[in-house]
Structure formats: C-alpha cells, structure tokens
Ligand binder design. Structure first.
Ligand code: MN
Length: 261
C-alpha cells in the first residue's frame, strides 16, 4: 500500500434518471467528488447502477454522460484503476468502457485483498436464496441471444424503450429502501459465504440505504447508499472503513466507521 492512499467505493448513481437534464446536477456533483478523491485514491470501485439504463451497440453508444465519462478517463489516464460493476440497471455494458475508458468491468461478485483485508464486492442483486422470478429475469437479460436480438432494434426505439422501462421499474419508484438486516437475502448470502471463507468486508450497492451492518466481531456488511438521495461513499485506508456523506461545501460527514481487527 502506498503511503496515505485510500480505496473508494460508491454505487447507484442512476445517471439518466429521470432524464438527462435532471440527472446532470448529480453527474456534476459526482464529478466534483471524483476530483476531491483523485488526490489520494489508489483505486476506485463503482458498484453498479452507474447508469439508470445503458445499452451499447457495437458501433453506437447512448448520448449524454460526457462529463462523467471524461472524468473517468482522466482518472484511468492518470494511473488510478477504476472498476465498474454491472448493476441490475446497467447489465448491458459490453466492451466500450474497457476499450474507451480503460476501466475494468465486473459482472460477478469478486473477492479481493485490499491493504491486508479481505473484501467481497458486488452490486448485490439476485444473490442469496429465493427470488426465482428475479433470477429468471436476470438470466434473460444476460442471454447473449436476446442481447443480440435487442441490438437489432433501432437505437431510437431501444433506448427510448429501455429508459421508459427503467424509470417505471420498482427500484426507481422506491428510491430508498430500509435495509432489513437479517431479513435481507444479501445478509443470508454473506453469512453463507462466511461459513467457507473469512471475509472482512462485504460491500454492496443496490439497496440505496447506507449502513455498516456487523455480521460478527470481525466481519461487516456495508451497503453504500446512492447518489440520488444520500450521496454516500465508503473509504478504506487499511485501518478503518468509513461510510461517508459528500455534502459540499460542508465537510464530508462520517455516517459510520468500523475498525479492522
Ligand atoms: Mn440502484
């Protein structure tokens, strides 16, 4: 680990929700946050639902988001690795971001050792037991044949359709969810993982409900929150993991801290 460096995690920007015009202030706010962290960021992990809807063609990408995309390119060009996880809203990120922005795309949960602690990182949708209907939907969305067929639609139609569908989905209607602790599938999933392997920090997006939820004395589940309402992120320096709220011009607020034992 480099001296004084940190690793940052954020998720659920839902850029484009409810439309490009209204999401622009959010995009700009997130960019100023990326500017502030770029001084000490060793890596940046964006854990899904970065876009409210994204579909890219082999030669065509959706309009908009140029400030955000430029900022990400600036970070990767300066040597800071940036990771994009696909969320349930932006499953269809193919190779554009890797090729154009130099980010690493993750479509499945990953386990990483970061400054000596073991992390499991995922968007979090569809993990754990139950919810067969949603899992079927996810299988459909990730089917290469259906993706190929969708790409045969004219982009004016497919992107209109995708945006309509996304805005009307339940995750956009209920912007904040209360994290229900042991009743959440993700808690069951995390506890199940802990039976095979020690994980210090499980970091998830998706629930839009920022919390550090202790699973045991040595393991914590972190839900990052979102950039629609809470403007929260997590930061790891090798000693403490903090959940923070970005609220310029005021100093960032510490919502929760957990020490690494
Ligand atoms: Mn989301």
């Amino acid at each position: 680990m480099s001296q004084g460096k940190k690793i940052y995690f954020a998720s659920d920007l839902h850029l484009g929700l409810p439309n490009l015009e209204q999401s622009l202030p959010r995009e700009k706010l997130f960019n100023t946050w990326l500017d502030t962290i770029s001084h000490d960021a060793e890596e940046v992990y964006l854990l899904g639902d970065i876009f409210d809807f994204w579909f890219e063609y082999r030669r065509v990408v959706p309009k908009g988001y140029t400030r955000f995309l430029g900022k990400i390119a600036q970070l990767t060009d300066s040597g800071i690795p940036v990771h994009f996880f696909t969320g349930n809203h932006d499953v269809w990120m193919f190779d554009y971001f890797e090729k154009e922005l130099g980010v690493q795309i993750h479509r499945e949960p990953i386990v990483r050792e970061l400054y000596g602690a073991k992390f499991l990182l995922a968007h979090g949708d569809g993990l754990g037991p139950g919810d067969p209907g949603y899992k079927l939907l996810k299988r459909i969305f990730t089917s290469p044949t259906l993706q190929w067929m969708f790409a045969k639609l004219h982009p004016n139609f497919s992107l209109w359709f995708g945006n309509q569908w996304s805005v009307s989905s339940r995750y956009s209607k209920e912007i904040t969810h209360v994290f229900r602790g042991e009743d959440e599938q993700i808690t069951k999933f995390s506890r199940h993982k802990l039976q095979d392997d020690h994980i210090d920090f499980f970091i998830y997006g998706h629930w839009h409900s920022p919390i550090i939820y202790p699973l045991s004395e040595k393991s914590n589940l972190v839900v990052l929150g979102d950039w629609l309402v809470s403007n929260t992120y997590s930061v790891w320096d090798g000693k403490e993991l903090k959940l923070m709220r970005y609220q310029p011009p005021k100093a960032d607020e510490v919502l929760a801290t957990t020490s690494f034992l």
